[in-house]
Each structure stands twice: as structure tokens, then as C-alpha cells.
Design a binder for this molecule. Structure first.
Ligand code: SF4
Ligand code: SF4
Length: 257
């Protein structure tokens, strides 16, 4: 009887369809209009594996997640990448896990990395940028050789979203926003979108552009997290700093002036 009650209780955890977790904000590509403003970051921004372990286990107590992605910046730059995979899968063994990468480092990853991906059933999502000339086969060859599931997503255009005037209509901008589906975990909080990383823009240009509100995963219950982020999300003041439609730019690398 007790066992049945326990199972019922476990089933009550609300399920998120997708969450992404940046593990570093440093990147070896630096694209113009990077959503995470990685092109503007000069300092080292690496998530601490012990803090991550605490956060991911706290999340696992409160919610289920269908699909989880470790992202960056460029996550393969993180020296503890194997541990991030292990800790994530230990906390969420049934969740589909993948790593998003620009693939620049794929050919130099050590054997332990491939072993971890295989053992922990973790895939790779490659963002394909126009940097490979005719060499991209070297990336896909190694993924095939290591028997890792992978996807390739061509990135030709970027949307510039930041409206520094802060005069966009909040409700309409939020309603049309596709980024609000990308719930991010950052420093013990869940955010409705990645615009928390405007903090690096603010730092670089000494501005005070409003950031989205985060929800503390240690203070909120699973139900609260789900209601605020999935079931009944509400527009917030920081949405006025996003363009209503976004401005399309052809992909290019950032050149510091
Ligand atoms: S590769 Fe991705 S994380 Fe790196 S700068 Fe480009 S968009 Fe940003
Ligand atoms: S701040 Fe609002 S409009 Fe901008 S990306 Fe986030 S949810 Fe969308």
C-alpha cells in the first residue's frame, strides 16, 4: 500500500517539455548577434560543477523534464563536460539529453568524452555555421565512428532582438516571442528565456537594460515553477527591450572594433 502511494506521489511531479542549461558562456566562434552575448564576453564564465550538481538534483526533486540540453557558449570548452553529462543523467535518467555545439572542438575531444556520451546515452546537436569549407565530413565521420546520435541544424541567419530603447509593446512582443519556449537554468534560477544574458551586454556597455525575472528553484515548488513558466506564463517588463519582430541578419563572425 505504501509503495503504491509512493508511486502516485512521484507521478505528480509536473513535466517540462524542454529546458536548456548553459555550462559556459565562453565561445570559440563569437557570432554577431549571439543570443547569449558570448561575442561580448572577455572574462571566463564557467559554471561550477558542484553548484550544478546541487541545482540539477534540486530540480529533479521537483519536476520531470522530457528533453534537456547542455549548451553554451560552447559547452565543449568546459573541462568538466563529462561530469556535467554524468550528473545530469544521474538526476534525470529518463530524460533525453543532448549537447549543443558548434562542433569546432569535436575532432579534438578525448576518448573519455565519447565513452561518457555513449554510456549516458547523450546525443549531440550541431549548429552548422559557414566555417567548414569542405571539412565538415570530418565532424560527421567521427560522430558516426563513435556511434553517437547527432543532428545538424544549419544556421544562416540571426535575429537581433535587443531593442535598447525599451519601447516595445510588452504583451504583443511576449505573445509573438519564440524564445519564451527556451527555459534556461542559470545560477539557481529558471528563466522563461535566455535574455538573462543581457547582463553581459550591460557589463560591456555600462547600460542597465532590464533582465527577465528568474524563479529560485530552491524557494519555489515544482507546481509553482510549472505554473509560472509553462502553464500560465505572464509577460514581464523586460520584454519591452525585445523587438516586436526581431531584425534578421545574415550570420557573420563578430569583429571587435
Ligand atoms: S556559436 Fe553559438 S554560442 Fe557561440 S557565439 Fe555563435 S551563437 Fe553564440
Ligand atoms: S524578454 Fe520577453 S519577449 Fe524577450 S525573449 Fe524573453 S520572453 Fe521573449
Amino acid at each position: 500500500m505504501l509503495k503504491i502511494f509512493h508511486l502516485k506521489k512521484q507521478r505528480k511531479k509536473p513535466e517540462f517539455s524542454y529546458i536548456e542549461i548553459p555550462i559556459t558562456l565562453n565561445c570559440n566562434l563569437k557570432c554577431n548577434h549571439c543570443t547569449f552575448f558570448c561575442n561580448l564576453i572577455d572574462e571566463k564564465v564557467y559554471v561550477d560543477i558542484n553548484e550544478f550538481k546541487k541545482d540539477i538534483n534540486e530540480l529533479a526533486k521537483k519536476i520531470d523534464i522530457k528533453q534537456l540540453r547542455l549548451i553554451g557558449g560552447e559547452p565543449l570548452l568546459h573541462p568538466d563536460i563529462n561530469q556535467f553529462v554524468q550528473e545530469t543523467k544521474n538526476a534525470f535518467p529518463k530524460t533525453s539529453l543532448s549537447i549543443a555545439t558548434n562542433a569546432i572542438l569535436i575532432n579534438s575531444m578525448p576518448e573519455s568524452f565519447w565513452k561518457t556520451l555513449k554510456e549516458y546515452k547523450t546525443g549531440v546537436n550541431i549548429s552548422y555555421y559557414d566555417i567548414w569549407e569542405n571539412n565538415f565530413y570530418k565532424v560527421t565521420d567521427i560522430l558516426k565512428e563513435k556511434e553517437i546520435n547527432y543532428t545538424v541544424n544549419n544556421i544562416n541567419f540571426f535575429y537581433e532582438q535587443l531593442n535598447i530603447n525599451g519601447d516595445s509593446p510588452i504583451k504583443k512582443t511576449f505573445k509573438n516571442c519564440l524564445c519564451k519556449e527556451y527555459i534556461n537554468l542559470w545560477e539557481h534560477k529558471l528563466y522563461k528565456c535566455q535574455k538573462i544574458f543581457r547582463l553581459f551586454y550591460n557589463k560591456k556597455y555600462n547600460t542597465s537594460i532590464e533582465l527577465p525575472p528568474g524563479i529560485d528553484i530552491y524557494k519555489a515548488s515544482g507546481k509553482e515553477l510549472y505554473n509560472k513558466l509553462v502553464k500560465n506564463p505572464k509577460p514581464f517588463s523586460a520584454c519591452r527591450y525585445c523587438h516586436e519582430k526581431g531584425i534578421l541578419h545574415k550570420w557573420s563572425r563578430y569583429k571587435q572594433e
